[in-house]
Design a protein around this ligand. Structure first.
Ligand code: IPE
Ligand code: IPE
Ligand code: MG
Length: 243
């Protein structure tokens, strides 16, 4: 029986962030190459994007490739980039049918030109959509993002656009790659690792964290519902005392 009816539709998290982990182990457990796991992970992405759109989630951020992942074996990196380009190209018409808008965060200039082009096309072709915002974190790390923000703030101070006294949390937020999006309320990590791995360190300040043993290629809508139901049981205090 589906868990969906147990979800309180009036309290759906507006922004869910997911560390999609465990593709390599999932494949190795079946005696397959790591890329086989990444390939199967795409079906989970489709299912979860659809699930979030159906529930009315406004923002979904997926951690697909980290700055540190560039140091994996060349064969895996190349395979992942090819899979990314192919998947994005194939999915754009479906995203449009479902009114989903794509965004990308990360140091995209490090991506191969063909990938950069595919990202640009996906962004442009879905720019008019007003439903779910699907944010892919690619070549992303939070420390890179914060360093980049500090650099651009310093440049603007130097050129007189900004004074140090003006710098507030709101201003800092405007220099992050996530400036257009509210902070995630729920962060899910699959595959049984209990860490953040350089993902949205600033933005996750008050997110509820949910960890599951399920490997990403096995993660489906029902697993998402389970996470949301768990989230809805949490008492979010934000440092205050309930009166
Ligand atoms: C997550 O799965 C996908 C990426 C990091 C690209 P992994 O490739 O990290 O899989 P495990 O953690 O080695 O099982
Ligand atoms: C985090 O997973 C990055 C992505 C899911 C894209 P990793 O597998 O790279 O992280 P660690 O090495 O377990 O910390
Ligand atoms: Mg991993």
């Amino acid at each position: 029986m589906s868990l969906k009816p147990q979800i309180d539709n009036s309290r759906i998290p507006q922004h869910i962030a997911i560390i999609m982990d465990g593709n390599g182990r999932w494949a190795q457990e079946q005696g397959q190459d790591r890329l086989f796991g990444h390939f199967h992970g795409v079906q989970s992405v489709r299912d979860i994007v659809e699930g979030c759109a159906e529930l009315g989630v406004r923002y979904l951020t997926l951690y697909a490739f980290s700055t540190e992942n560039w140091d994996r074996p060349q064969k895996e990196v190349t395979g992942l980039m090819e899979l990314l380009v192919e998947t994005i190209r194939k999915e754009v018409p479906i995203l449009n049918q479902n009114n989903i808008r794509m965004h990308f965060i990360g140091e995209l200039s490090l991506m191969p030109p063909s990938a950069q082009q595919a990202l640009q096309e996906a962004r442009d072709l879905t720019a008019g959509n007003s439903g779910l915002n699907l944010i892919m974190a690619l070549s992303y790390s939070s420390r890179w993002e914060l360093m980049d923000a500090v650099k651009r703030i310093a440049t603007d101070v130097e050129s007189g656009i900004l004074s140090p006294q003006q710098i507030s949390q709101d201003i800092l937020q405007q220099y992050l790659s996530t400036s257009e999006f509210p902070d995630p309320e729920l962060m899910i990590r699959t595959s049984g690792e209990y860490r953040i791995s350089n993902f949205l360190l600033y933005q996750l300040a008050y997110a509820e964290l949910y960890f599951t043993q399920t490997r990403w290629p096995d993660f489906r809508k029902e697993n998402l519902y389970e996470a949301i139901i768990d989230f809805q049981k949490r008492d979010r205090r934000f440092g205050k005392v309930k009166v």
